[in-house]
Ligand binder design. Sequence first.
Ligand SMILES: [Zn+2]
Length: 250
Amino acid sequence: MNDDQLLRYARHILLDELGIEGQERLLAAKVLIVGAGGLGAPAALYLAAAGVGHLMLADDDVVEISNLQRQILHTTARLGVYKAESGREALLAINPSIQVETLTFRLLDDELDAAVAQADLVLDCCDNFATRHAINRACVKHGKPLVSGAAIRFAGQISVYDLRDPSSPCYHCLFPEADEAEEISCATTGVLGPLVGIVGSTQAAEAIKLITGMGQLLVGRLLSVDALSMRWHDVRFGRDPACPVCGHRA
Ligand SMILES: [Zn+2]
């Protein structure tokens, strides 16, 4: 690490649990963030600021005015620009020394598979169940850790699926695909702006812990927050031995 990097990352390096070694791991890490919206924005900003060396930012939408109430990667001047490109500009403005790769198309089977295979870990910051399950399947297949977040109205959820470990549950163990008849979206029901910041920042914290190997991860625990009462709940869950996605593992 050079002098600039030692200065830039000093407040992380000062943490005994993280230190120079942890910072080196962050610099060497490659993280895929699926979704550059409400959750992806704070997650990407914190990971870029922390010096995660290579970020892949995937989103096929363009910035709309109704996004700006919460999607803090984007600006009024960048309305109509691909969110991934707008995000790249914001991230490089904070930390020009990192690499930010943009994926401005919907990650369907092959593209998603290829992106997940390249990443050290994946952040699910998307807004629909079909993509969540596709990300989970690719992470199970490639044994990549998955940090998942969701937020709607005043309710947020975060969990980590450490799919490097065959005994770890996957997203499908907790949320079987068949249960999802109705999809609700922020576009129709609304979402509290800072809530996506809380959830996305928590995802960034878990990602940094995963990369540096510090602390205890939210594995096998679903953390929920109700922003109206500002109460947090932590529910434990295990692997579904009959899970069609990860059931074939160990
Ligand atoms: Zn499973």
